[in-house]
Design a protein around this ligand. Structure first.
Ligand SMILES: C[S@@+](CC[C@H](N)C(=O)[O-])C[C@H]1O[C@@H](n2cnc3c(N)ncnc32)[C@H](O)[C@@H]1O
Length: 249
């Protein structure tokens, strides 16, 4: 059997965050919102990443992306964090060509699957990044430049001792607010009630955000949000779903 070569896609799995060090040179351990699963990268996903990264992939960089250069137009840019296998993101990009989408995911098999589906559908208004989203927000997105932020079914980190790993925290929403232009939206969804209540509290307490819910809490799932894989799993288990939709005034 021939020896398997380490390809671009395999390399990517090891570089989803930037190592940071303390002043005295020790590795700074971050509280991360994800655990890197070693799940197998299928041949199909690996090939999609290797063959189509030039068309769909963006790399972490230390200066803001130039969206007009990337997409060839100045349509609003929507950022989705943690797209999983990417099916719902590709469907959304297909259904809403008036927006550009950038999806961020640290799970390489998901990135490969998303690219493969985008290629199949010949999607032009989508790019993907395989990196920690908090670093992408901090380093690669210009202030007041985003049309919206989507966060669908983020890892719920159910045990209270793990709540600090939840991506939705006041500092995270502040960071998003800074990157969003006026009129931009924050759309979150979760099937974990306790997390939905926390999301609501954090968003409500963020100055400059307006809740679009008529009841000042959650909204019914809008038709423009396709069902996600994680959501479908939750439905089978009888979970409820809470959508939150806020606008930056
Ligand atoms: C529970 S899954 C939901 C996936 C998808 N949105 C869905 O509904 O099917 C959450 C995803 O977020 C990703 N994730 C968590 N923290 C992240 C981060 N800081 N940057 C990028 N992706 C992240 C995880 O790898 C995981 O695939």
């Amino acid at each position: 059997m021939s020896e398997q070569k380490t390809t671009f896609a395999d390399q990517k799995r090891k570089t989803v965050e930037i190592a940071e060090f303390t002043e005295d040179g020790r590795y700074k351990r971050k509280v991360r919102s994800f655990v890197l699963r070693t799940g197998r990268l299928s041949e199909f996903q690996r090939n999609a990443m290797n063959d189509h990264w030039a068309d769909y992939g963006l790399e972490h960089q230390n200066q803001p992306f130039n969206f007009v250069e990337i997409f060839g137009n100045d349509n609003p840019v929507i950022l989705e964090i943690g797209f999983g296998m990417g099916k719902s993101l590709v469907e959304m990009a297909e259904q809403q060509p008036q927006y550009n989408y950038i999806g961020i995911e640290v799970h390489t098999p998901g990135v490969g699957a998303c690219i493969a589906y985008a290629v199949e559908k010949n999607i032009k208004n989508l790019r993907v990044i395989c990196h920690d989203a908090t670093e992408i927000l901090r380093d690669c997105i210009a202030d007041n430049s985003l049309g919206g932020l989507q966060l669908f079914f983020p890892d719920p980190w159910q045990k209270s001792k793990h709540h600090k790993r939840r991506i939705v925290q006041p500092e995270f929403v502040q960071a998003v607010m800074k990157k969003m232009h006026q009129g931009g939206f924050i759309h979150m969804a979760t099937d974990w009630e306790n997390y939905s209540e926390y999301m609501l509290e954090v968003l409500k307490n963020t100055q400059g955000l307006r809740n679009t819910s008529t009841t000042q809490d959650f909204i019914p799932r809008p038709d423009f949000r396709p069902l996600t894989k994680f959501e479908q799993r939750g439905q089978r288990l009888g979970h409820g779903v809470w959508d939150l939709y806020f606008i930056k005034d």
